[in-house]
Design a protein around this ligand. Structure first.
Ligand code: AMP
Length: 284
């Protein structure tokens, strides 16, 4: 596997492959890689001849009081994992390479309707940062497809809507959520948890499962389910952010009798903000 820090060098390497008619898959990440990321890389290797993974902790998607500075950086370990999972090129630029004129003067991509709700309400500007950096990666790599995890369900929808709205030719592929044995969704931010908090953390997933069960039992009052879930989480030691049952298609409050739903949760536990979700189809 080759690692590139500059757009110019990566483009040159990709050009050679494109001339040989090789297809290219892109896996955008922020590094500190775990098996959830590797699942995406292995999928990418099945979908295309050449796998490009990016590692970039994108300052544009962090607001002032967030964890940009302390976000874990483990490049050596990440390189070894990527190499053994079939990645060909790692693109690991610094902020100056991505935003030579600073992030303030950067052209921004805003995906309408779904960027200001849920995680976008708690993290203003977050999805503008995500959509902008992913657009830049798409333009730099020009992949045939890009792989994203369903763990960041709203992010996945932002990217899908963006590619549709901008008539992009890139196929967006999603991968299921990789979990630890106790159900906790794998995340780089799990590293912020103390041992005690790590034991409490799977309650987030268990609460999603409880809400799913309530829906399957025919409970129609979505507010009631969400409020009870929030109380359960608070009792377990989480601080609330949101717990919402939404339409899988629009991410808005579902229509009455809408069957394809997604239950999304975000909650703070110690220094970590954890997110998770479960999709549910009530016709099954
Ligand atoms: P991140 O490095 O957290 O920005 O994540 C990079 C990509 O990996 C995104 O598409 C995430 O949705 C995906 N990802 C992160 N954690 C998981 C997980 N537990 N299961 C599946 N995909 C994941």
């Amino acid at each position: 596997m080759k690692t590139f820090q500059t757009i110019k060098e990566l483009r040159a390497a990709l050009k050679v492959n494109r001339l040989k008619d090789k297809t290219i898959a892109l896996v955008p990440t922020m590094g500190n890689l775990h098996d959830g990321h590797m699942q995406l890389v292995r999928r990418a290797a099945k979908e295309a001849d050449i796998v490009v993974t990016s590692i970039f902790v994108n300052p544009m998607q962090f607001s002032e009081n967030e964890d940009l500075e302390r976000y874990p950086k483990t490049l050596k370990e990440d390189q070894a994992l990527l190499e053994s999972n079939g990645c060909h090129y790692l693109f690991a630029p610094d902020a100056l390479e991505m935003y030579p004129d600073g992030k303030r003067s950067q052209t921004q991509i805003e995906v309408s309707a779904i960027s200001d709700i849920l995680c976008g309400a708690s993290r203003p500007g977050h999805f503008v940062g995500v959509a902008t950096v992913v657009t830049k990666f798409f333009n730099i790599v020009q992949p045939d497809c890009a792989i994203f995890g369903a763990k960041d369900f709203q992010q996945l929808m932002v990217i899908k809507n963006m590619t549709r709205d901008l008539s992009s030719n890139i196929t967006i592929i999603d991968e299921d959520i990789a979990r630890a044995e106790d159900g906790l969704a794998l995340s780089s931010r799990n590293g912020y948890l103390t041992e005690e908090e790590r034991n409490v953390a799977p309650i987030l997933y268990n609460t999603l499962l409880w809400a799913k069960n309530e829906l399957q039992l025919g409970q129609k009052d979505l507010q009631e389910i969400s409020e009870q879930a929030q109380k359960n989480l608070e009792q377990a030691g989480f601080k609330r952010d949101y717990f919402e049952i939404r339409s899988q298609v629009t991410l808005q409050t579902p229509e009455e009798d809408e069957a394809e739903l997604v239950i999304l949760a975000a909650a703070y536990l110690g220094k970590a903000r954890l997110i998770d979700n479960i999709q549910i189809n009530l016709t099954n």
